[in-house]
Design a binder for this molecule. Sequence first.
Ligand code: HPA
Length: 282
Amino acid sequence: MPDQYARATAAVEAIRSLSPTTPAIGIILGSGLGAFASQVENAIAIPYADIPHFPQSTVVGHSGKLVLGTIGGVQVAVMQGRVHAYEGYAVEEVVFPARVLGLLGCKTLIVTNAAGGIRSSLRPGELVVLSDHINLTGMNAAGGPNEPRFAMTPGAGQRFFDMSTVYTPKLRALAVMEADKQGFDLTEGIYLAVLGPSFETPAEIRAFRTLGADLVGMSTVHEVIVARHMGLDVLGISLVTNMAAGVVDQAIDHEDVLEIGRNVEKRFTNLLTAIVPKIEAS
Ligand code: HPA
């Protein structure tokens, strides 16, 4: 098995040779949410192709650049696009960029995604803060030989690690408070991850609702697992792009996912731009 730590270190060195930014916060933008990267000031955008070992997305709506710079004076690294296991990438490749964000110095990882709404009170276009997740992808990105050198905070990097508060409570509260200040309701929800790429059947969605899931998607949990392995704080935000299969009588289309992203861009951008400096100050 290739040495992930050595590979991640090589990626970090390449990034540092191209940008002076030492990011405190890493942000991964999901499907249709890539436009947020234009908020980064003093930006240097590095195509994934120019970073050693960085996997490249094959999905429409994921552009494939790492944007380094500042938001409200805070140094950030923003991933415009991610790769997914359903594209055929090994789970170690899916999480490679998250490992690199940790090694670059990020203490907080903000993960965003497009998701289907299972909870019937949700609406397409709504943002939801993740309170927890259910990983039904059948994979765990922390598997393989344990690599303690990925520990970014004392006590992290263990073979077995706690997952009882994956999504940092104070960051969740901050997001909810900021949304309230901006005049919209931000509820919390539990994200269930499947492998994809097929959307779910109505029977699967009924089963997932019984399991306690509010949202369903094909990303996020792997990056979040390695972020916790490294000891990073995590904030997760889903954009509900459609109601999940069978919740409403309508087929699901990836174009809708991208369209809803464009519609909610401003709200998403305002929320995240306001949160970043507050995380740094907290
Ligand atoms: N299911 C899975 N992933 C998704 C969905 C969905 O309905 N919508 C956006 N990503």
